[in-house]
Write a new protein. Structure first.
Ligand code: PLP
Length: 450
């Protein structure tokens, strides 16, 4: 339990001791953090008592919303029974075993095995180790190169940030690590406005083939991508993109990795984003929505192509984390997945609230500041433009996003700005009435930005 303090007291203590992730420490000290003290459903409360609609599900993770008693009960019971034991050296705990089996049930049929980690970043570190190990075991140790995309986000560890394509992250700490190369992202506004979106999907997928041929097909181990780029600004690729990526990977025998850390567990209207986008990955990273963020957990689903080789020919896999298969996190994940099933949340997103969110975002095209909208299940983005009538060429960041974000902050809405893309990824439990409420707030903030 924490002590009760005023906002000013929290802020002073925070600035004195807490180095926040992805934060300019000077401006944090000058402005002070917003201290979130409680949450329920889709609403947060801050230390001043202001209610805030959380249209970002925490950090893309609170899929079932806040305050779900079943998850609290699962954690409490497991903490009492067995708060920790590891999965190293031929030991296991019931929640980790049961979760592995349930994940095999809800993921696409090629997945029967899971490797647990503590987060999405750790999951992607595991991907790097695993794909390289696979090719060693296949007698092709020269296949080391992993291809990823500009503006992708795959985490913050050395391997995760190297797989990611965020230039700001590469600039600090000597990244990327060797053997990771990037191709351009499938962002139509920046690279394809002279083409139809479908034509552009083929063009953008061909950048992968060009890179494979440049590196040498016998040197490429894998391609990794988010089905919908999340942190990059909810970049929804054209429908033609992923099926063509699949064909290219198949043609060259390259492993296809889907980073489902955001798109997993119902967010896109299927259990996993690869199902929405129509491709069949060999490996799949997950985190966030697996526990709805109530406790940290991540991992990699390992398809049979890779699992068979690792299991039958791999010997000991010299890799793992203290918290791989943490029993309390796994117990919460079990309760969370069962709740997603019993509430029918995947169907709710696919058939009801997802299409409704898309309809309401489409209507925003009428707003003078909105140049385009993109949606996929419970992820949505709008592109802010200065003047959509004058044919001004697309510029990635006019600075409008930060202005709009400031208004959201004051109006009690968590909506994120990525350049001039304003994005949301609200809890999947939202009702149509909740969407209406969120859209009223979005309208108000857009009008204030005008
Ligand atoms: N992969 C994707 C697609 C993500 O969006 C994130 C986090 O936002 C990660 C990986 C890293 O996950 P974590 O922050 O749990 O390490």
């Amino acid at each position: 339990m924490t002590t009760s303090r005023s906002t000013a007291e929290w802020q002073a203590l925070d600035a004195a001791h807490f180095l926040h992730p992805f934060t300019d420490f000077q401006s944090l000290a000058a402005r002070g953090s917003r201290v979130i003290t409680k949450a329920d459903g889709i609403w947060l409360t801050d230390s001043d008592g202001q209610r805030i609609l959380d249209a970002m599900s925490g950090l893309w993770c609170v899929n079932v919303g806040y305050g779900q008693q079943a998850l609290v009960d699962a954690a409490t019971q497991q903490l009492r029974e067995l708060p920790f034991y590891n999965a190293f050296f031929q030991t296991a705990t019931p929640p980790a075993i049961e979760l592995a089996a349930l994940l095999a049930e809800v993921t696409p049929p090629q997945f029967r095995h899971v490797f647990f980690a503590g987060s999405g970043s750790e999951g992607n570190d595991t991907v790097v180790r695993m794909v390289r190990r696979y090719w060693d075991l296949m007698g092709q140790p020269q296949r080391q190169v992993i291809i990823s995309r500009v503006n992708a986000y795959h985490g913050s560890t050395m391997a995760g940030a190297s797989l990611g394509g965020m230039s700001g992250m590469h600039a600090q700490g000597g990244l990327p690590i060797p053997g990771i190369v990037h191709i351009q992202q499938p962002y139509w506004h920046e690279h394809g406005r002279h083409l139809s979106k479908d034509e552009f999907g083929f063009v953008a997928a061909r950048w992968l083939e060009d890179k494979i041929l440049e590196v040498g097909p016998d040197k490429v181990a894998a391609f990794i991508g988010e089905p919908v780029q999340g942190a990059g600004g909810v970049i929804v690729p054209p429908a033609t993109y992923w099926p063509e990526i699949q064909r290219i990977c198949d043609r060259h025998g390259i492993l296809l990795v889907s980073d489902e850390v955001i798109t997993g567990f119902g967010r896109t209207g299927h259990w996993f984003g690869c199902e929405t986008q129509g491709f069949r990955p060999d490996l799949m990273t997950f985190a966030k929505g697996v526990t709805s963020g109530y406790l940290p957990l991540g991992g990699v689903m390992v398809g049979e192509r890779v699992a068979r080789v690792l299991i039958e020919h791999g010997g000991e896999f010299n890799h793992g984390y203290t918290y791989s298969g943490h029993p309390v996190a796994c117990a919460v994940a079990l309760a969370n997945i069962r709740l997603i099933q019993s509430l029918g949340l995947v169907e709710h997103v696919r058939d009801d609230v997802g299409p409704y969110l898309a309809e309401r975002f489409e209507a925003l095209r009428g707003h003078p500041l909105v140049g385009d909208v993109d949606t996929c299940g419970m992820m949505a983005a709008l592109l802010l433009v200065k003047d959509k009538t004058d044919g001004t060429p697309f510029t990635p960041d006019l600075g409008l996003g930060m202005v709009c974000r400031g208004h959201c902050f004051r109006e009690g809405l968590i909506m994120r700005a990525v350049g001039d893309r304003m994005i949301v990824a609200p809890p999947l439990v939202m009702t149509r009435a909740d969407v209406d409420h969120m859209m009223d707030l979005i309208h108000r903030c857009l009008d204030l930005t005008l």
